[in-house]
Design a protein around this ligand. Sequence first.
Ligand SMILES: [Zn+2]
Length: 430
Amino acid sequence: MLKKYFLLLTFLGTVGQVCMAQSYDIVIKGGHVIDPKNNIDAVMDLAIADGKIALVSKDIDPKQGIQVVDAKGMYVTPGLIDIHTHDFYGTQPDHQYEDGNLGISPDGFTFRNGVTTVVDAGSSGWRTFPTFKSQTIDVSKTRVLALLNIVGEGMRGGYEQNVNDMDAKMTALVAKRYRDIVVGIKLAHFEGHDWTPTDRAVEAGTLAGGIPVMIDFGGSNPPLSIEELFIKHLRPGDIFTHCFGQLGSREYLVDLQTNKIKPFVNEARKRGIIFDVGYGGISFAYSQALPAIKEGFFPNSISTDLHVGSMNDAMKDMLTCMTKFLAMGMSLHDVIQASTSNPAKEIKHEELGNLSVGAGADIAILNVREGKFGLFDYTGYKVTTDKKLECELTIRAGNIVYDLDGLATPVYPPKKVSKSKAAALKSETH
Ligand SMILES: [Zn+2]
């Protein structure tokens, strides 16, 4: 009994010391913080407590942290936000991105890339969203938000051509019911020479309280005019994804005769149309992106269009997409902004994508690896670079969810002893 009592005293003493000495769960030391929303681009320390950013300061005492992360020589950024992904994986035969085998399980691909929030781009529609929610959203550690497809069933292969299942009222109703998760409406892959699907998607967005629409402009013969799309059909804040695509059945941004952005594109941007990368399998071509960037036309947001096909082809992952824009001449600051605060603003969730004190602690720690790297697109055109972004560590809601090299000390946090357990131990000794 005496020995047990002695052990308890030692144990409580240790816990007491921990509580007294350490105010923060994690302290990140010496990293170069890039937080575009707060105009921070400097070497700073950062502290996390109770799942939130507690302090960003020049020098935080490492003794204050239960875990300390040495981020010297690395970049500390808000957790990345990828607003074009396909996460409704499932086992339904021939369902493709809707409960089928072309979607991916987000946690398997996000944290190792510094991504803490994904937006599923229309894999589900109002009929299938509840299944997507229970099957993926509710069980993922990654924050999964969604654009509802204007097609009731979502991206179930050829079913996406079914105009009869494009119900703006039902789509808006379900979007409103799940307003914390559904952040917009999606139109994808429609092949008719017809504006009805676009207009129904916009109507749903308006009925749902003014949430944005993301357009994957499918393809038709002859192609529908994107000038008409930007000026007459979309609202300011609506998102044109696959913005650097170059497919025969779609009109594209750069005129191949002059190698310049078509004049109405800049007008559209002034009107508030958002240009999103949505890299995908065949939806990004250097022949569009390089001349656009040469003119200073950068994407508003960088996103992957992550699915089983794209990730095993030229796209790879979020950091490879970001590396490509670095290699094309975009600054690191602008690349981070296009992957954090910009997409947060586009989906009207400005509480995300920043490192403000009090914000949820979603953080990426990135390393710039030097070497010789080849970055090709689906046409086989290759850009070489000597710098590549790599994810060292990811924090989601204040917890380390990925640590490539064991940067944290200790690597795993000591188990917190609950009050009830301490009380049980105490009663046992009496
Ligand atoms: Zn997509």
